[in-house]
Design a protein around this ligand. Sequence first.
Ligand code: 2HG
Ligand code: ZN
Length: 467
Amino acid sequence: MSPDFLENLAATVGQANLLTSHDDRVPFDTDWRGVLNGRSLGVVRPSSVEEVANIVRLCAANSIGIVPQGGNTGMCGGATPDSSAQQIVVSLTRIRAIRELDTSSNCMTVEAGLSLAEAQMAATGKGLMMPLSIASEGSATIGGAISTNAGGVNVLRYGNMRDLTLGIEAVLADGTIWSDLKKLHKDNTGYDLKQLFIGGEGTLGIVTAACIKLHHPPSSRLTFLAGIESVESALAGLDDIRGRFGNIVESWELFSDVSAKLLMQNCGYEKLPVQASHPWYLLGELALHGDGDEDIWAERLVEMADRMRCDDIILATSQSQRESLWAIRENISEAERTQGKGIKHDVSVPAGSIPELITSVLDGFEMRFADCRINIFGHVGDGNLHINAIPRETGHHIKADTAAAISELVYDASAALGGSFSAEHGIGSMKTAQMAKYKRAPALNMMRQIKSAFDPMGIFNPGKMLP
Ligand code: 2HG
Ligand code: ZN
């Protein structure tokens, strides 16, 4: 590194936007869960794509690793620097313009640092909807959501970030600004290169803007919370609604009795708004277009509840009730965090195999791991569950060897069912060992070749994703 590297960096972004002191760096060097504490050489906060390109050129010339960062809400450490003090965090949150909101082609071109909530609001302001919704959407950014191919609670109907991204703009390893902000739904002109950056976790380049699909919002939504006795019931209810009414299910979120207890213990809930306690709870939301007659829908839900053998279901009758039902679901991660440092698993299996997955994880679990509880929640409709382990005693930690044994149990169980060890949170620095274990050699080889073609010097997010 040349002695004037930091000076040149400061000249690129302005001294105030290069943070080098410990206190200034800590919020960027630490992940939101407080699990990873990196130590960067500095944090730069560019305000334009040209500044990003200059930063990349400078870092490349000095062999300095670049860690792109959005809202710093990731789950796998993808945006956290290592502890070498040889990497620069590039925070994209100042590059946040809405370049265009095109209501004739139903899409918006936005910059990477815009938060998902701001993008949603802008679309709503024009009578449209940006459907990607995750609990951290107030801070999570468009660039982060693209780089991790975020999923969330609406994937069932609208898909994940990959499905919602029409075009991207990115800065490449030699500082080229590659603008591919197409609005096309169809474009068969060779390799679809943007797909490599979506879910690429900043290892191939820095996403600086994107063109995102928008949808027409439903005229009303039907949101309910049901207490159910089995996971099979949740799948039966989904099948019932889709069989009778087609693709109207926006969300089908499952959580366990353990989640409910954590919410009561750690988030001030006295009880859930259903009548009794149940082994499982289902939060469902249906999108209605035109036919929003509440009485008719209440009857239809009763039929669905019958199929689920459920007699404890509450329907939101106002927007504020809907929001409080959603808050229950969205507070689960926070309830876990308050409980103590646990371990997270974000697995997927074919949706029909969910009951088998749960049985194989829970069978004998308490006997083997007496100090931990398994907290299961997530997106049951698309086969993605969070099977997290948390310490029984508040404030405790799970020991490293116990954590490793639990992770192996969960990942092996999903692999045996043809599943994935990372459904929506990505790999980052936390799951590279699983990449080595569960990803097939030909896939890893192709990934390594792609990485060296795009980033021959290895400056983008070193140590992330690839084992
Ligand atoms: C969710 O579904 C997120 O709420 C977070 O993916 C999951 O905290 C987690 O494990
Ligand atoms: Zn999730």
